[in-house]
Design a protein around this ligand. Sequence first.
Ligand code: ZN
Length: 110
Amino acid sequence: MVRQSGPSKQGGPSKQGGPSKQGRPSKHTRPARPLGSGHASAATKRDGRWLVRSVPGASAVKAYRCPGCDQVVAVGVPHVVVWPAEPSWHSASGLDERRHWHTACWQRRP
Ligand SMILES: [Zn+2]
């Protein structure tokens, strides 16, 4: 007796998928940049409107002269940068007129 089972056997080739593991974590998840620019807030003083941006000590890498007390804003000291919200006629952008102030000096400015 010869039983011919024929080509009825099923169960083809086992699945050979590619590399199945995916979704590995990205190398570095970057935190938000600490030196965010364009994070200014408006302040109204006696002589007009100003835009103010605070500078953390880590970003204060140059010394500036504070217009409020005429003293130097030392390197590494957190302070504020201010510039007019409406630039003067002679400057293209108020950013050209920005000044570095001690935070306290700016705050006690009328
Ligand atoms: Zn000052």
